[in-house]
Design a protein around this ligand. Structure first.
Ligand code: ATP
Length: 314
């Protein structure tokens, strides 16, 4: 039986601006997404039972049809029924390392890995943009997770413009294990509190989405200027999450005391990261944070920005 092992990196948001409402209930966004080395591992193996079987070493995620990795495999079966008939079903094993419901696109990157893996198992030869199109049917963050790196993401997050990859920048990532924030809650609360500021007409919406391409943070990324990137980071969802979740605010305030370049909540939270100019600095910050907050519910990781998305190991 053929099998593939894939690495599925998490992402952080260096920038997240909510610019308006969409008819499909989602928001118009202008974001900068960034892959990080912290990753899940996904094993895929062809089976001869003509079905999808999923298991995971994590008790925090469902292993039924609601799992995004399962939904990705199911989508491939719907799209390529002849290949499914020829090659059979697939056994999926998820080794979860990315904290769940953390604003790190854990489910999205698993789904992206399953699309890439089944493309290989079934010898489909899909292009990156074909994979991204399939990915967009599963969720807004899934297309980015395919190629990863650093990219501007607009509309729902599925329209991607790659930026030059950032190298040599480390982050400390902090997340309270037992704390999770519903992405739907964060966006709905933002709408009810800040909906009056939304851009309404289609042309201005498109113009605002395009404006991010020439924004300060994009220029800083082009120059690989980590200090400037840290100063220009922004996340609109902090406006609703920080007042409601004091622990998230506390993480930002604690990080800010140390020798870091900048700190920000990722996506809809509750994970918070601190950008650091070296691995040594990041390790020092992690050590100081652990001393300051000895609560073992707090998970701390040192990881770095990377220039790729899904990778096949074998
Ligand atoms: P995003 O940053 O894309 O909003 P997130 O990091 O906040 O995502 P996930 O870790 O993807 O959130 O989890 C969101 C929800 O999806 C959880 O309630 C989880 O149970 C469910 N879920 C389904 N499949 C997976 C998966 N493969 N990995 C993690 N969570 C999954």
């Amino acid at each position: 039986m053929r099998s593939y092992h894939l690495i599925a990196p998490a992402k952080i948001n260096l920038y997240l601006e909510i610019i308006g409402d969409r008819h499909d209930g989602y928001h118009e966004l202008a974001m900068i997404l960034q892959s990080i080395e912290l990753a899940d591992q996904i094993d895929l193996e062809a089976n001869d039972v003509q079905s999808i079987r999923l298991r995971s070493d994590s008790k925090e995620i469902p292993v039924d049809k609601s799992n995004l990795a399962y939904r990705a495999a199911d989508l491939m079966i719907q799209e390529f029924p002849d290949s499914f008939a020829t090659y059979g079903g697939v056994d999926i094993t998820l080794h979860k390392r990315i904290p769940v419901a953390a604003g790190l696109a854990g489910g999205s990157t698993d789904a992206a890995a399953v699309l890439v893996g089944i493309d290989l198992l079934w010898k489909l030869g899909l292009t990156k943009s074909e994979l991204e199109e399939l990915a967009a049917q599963l969720g807004s963050d899934v297309p980015f997770c395919i190629g990863g790196g650093t990219a501007i993401a607009t509309r729902r997050g599925e329209i991607l413009s790659p930026l030059s990859g950032l190298r040599g920048i480390y982050i400390v990532l902090a997340k309270y294990r037992s704390l999770s924030v519903s992405t739907a809650w964060a966006y709905n609360t933002y709408r009810s509190e800040f909906g009056h500021t939304y851009i309404k007409d289609t042309e201005s919406l498109a113009a605002r989405g395009n404006a991010v391409h020439s924004g300060d943070i994009v220029q800083a990324i082009t120059r690989q200027d980590a200090k400037e990137i840290a100063q220009k980071m922004h996340n609109d969802l902090e406006k609703v999450v920080l007042p409601e979740y004091p622990q998230v605010l506390q993480l930002k305030e604690s990080f800010a005391k140390y020798d870091i370049l900048g700190t920000m909540m990722s996506g809809s939270g509750p994970s918070v990261f601190a950008l650091c100019e070296s691995q040594e600095k990041a390790e020092q910050v992690k050590f100081s944070m652990r001393e300051e907050i000895p609560d073992m519910d707090l998970e701390l990781f040192v990881t770095r920005l990377i220039t790729h998305g899904i990778q096949v190991v074998n």
